[in-house]
Design a protein around this ligand. Sequence first.
Ligand code: HEM
Length: 224
Amino acid sequence: MHQEERTTLRKILTSKWIKPPVFGLCLVPLAQLAWRALHNNLTANPIEYITHQTGDWTLIFIVLTLAVTPARKILRLPELIRFRRMLGLFAFFYGSLHFGTWIGLDKFFDWSDMLADVRKRTFITAGFTGFVLMLPLALTSTSGWIRRLGGKRWLALHRLIYVTAVAGVVHYYWLVKSDVRKPLFYGFLVSLLLAVRVVYWLVGRRSRAKASHPKLTAVETAPS
Ligand code: HEM
């Protein structure tokens, strides 16, 4: 990316007008569902259709949230951080719709049947774990909570998003009967995003070690 293009992009990303259209874009999957519902066009099995759509979008928003930090570093666009919280909350929003569809439309609020499902059906156990772990993240997503917990503790807590992402992929992999290509693709994306973080962490650790042992580093890096 050229410097001029980056400057323009950075201006757009920091503009106060950019968040509402991004917010609107995140609502498109919901609008599409509502539109189909209004036109009686939710396929022959509406509950299954809603469950699948909301499940897919939960996972997509989880992946997008995880992609923000690597994208900021690789594209050198630190302003992208402005959208991480919104994307994370949309993951939670679609996750709640997905879970709510299961509770209300699939199980008709039959709590004992639900409990039995969570215990017995492994894919439900994985999905449930993923969703439950999203709750503390959504609750502590505000700047007030960052202050209250302190940056380090807040970051440590928010690493739960990785567990949610893995649980979401496992949930998907376990529920499909034959064609595992889509869950494997999501698995590949999540692994890639985690691997990028590990690389950044290792590079950061090395440069911190260099900074604390400048003499050793000078000997190490001297031309032989
Ligand atoms: C992080 C949380 C979760 C994620 C990312 C997630 C994701 C998904 C995905 C991607 C699908 C398949 C969509 C498709 O086929 O296109 C799905 C299906 C499904 N999910 Fe989830 N899910 C989560 C949590 C839950 C929870 C908490 C429940 C209920 C307890 C649940 C119940 C279901 C059911 C019943 C299906 C349909 C299964 C079938 O077709 O046989 N999910 N989910």
